[in-house]
Design a protein around this ligand. Sequence first.
Ligand code: C5P
Ligand code: MG
Length: 231
Amino acid sequence: MPAIPQIDPTSGAAPEVQPSIPLASTNVTPAFDPSKVTVLFILGGPGAGKGTQSIHLVQDYGFKHLSAGDLLREEQDREGSEYGQMIKDYIKDGKIVPMEVTVTLLKNAMQRELDSGKKSRFLIDGFPRKMDQAVFFEQSVCPSKCTIFLDCPEEVMLKRLLNRGKTSGRSDDNEESIKKRFRTFVDTSMPVVDQFEKEDKVIKVLATGSENDVYERLVENLAKRDIHPVK
Ligand code: C5P
Ligand code: MG
């Protein structure tokens, strides 16, 4: 895997990036051309159903699904990764991993998919979770087409996560970590959704009820944005 930019592995301190949207004042060119590569983000609190709905979207809309959390967990477990311990600590604590790591993992995964000649439509799940990630990704990787936001009350998400925790084996599916993840979502990730909303780039869907209920709403709302199943 191509190198990840240098981050102090002990403190986890990433180079300072000043988040500033709108993005007009940059002359960095994104790695991928948004007229050839389509990026949709899917966001929502922990337990909102991002992974679950992504499975349907991949089947019906032909996206390549990339989950930021899954890529981080993979990197955490990769033998010899210098970021493994840092990622582990951040995830357990429900904190956002320094964005250079996550953006690089995503960019590399996109590059691999494009090199294989398979898909050029990406559904990026659980990202961007923080304003600096949004800015850095759109500047250096690819501007997004829009963001699906799964809107779900905390009590519903808590129930789902505690249930998932019985079998997921995830270090953060316990009540203490879940509470921290909820706070991180409200304080750090919602501002990203709010900013994209101001740019009219958010497809907001109520994420309560059954998996199928949510998916039906999602399909309806995507159609309004002229995004349709491929089969
Ligand atoms: O999306 P998921 O619930 O799998 O994410 C698990 C954890 O991975 C988050 O709570 C956070 O610690 C980390 N993460 C991150 N930045 C992202 C996505 C996930 O730091 N963009
Ligand atoms: Mg997930």
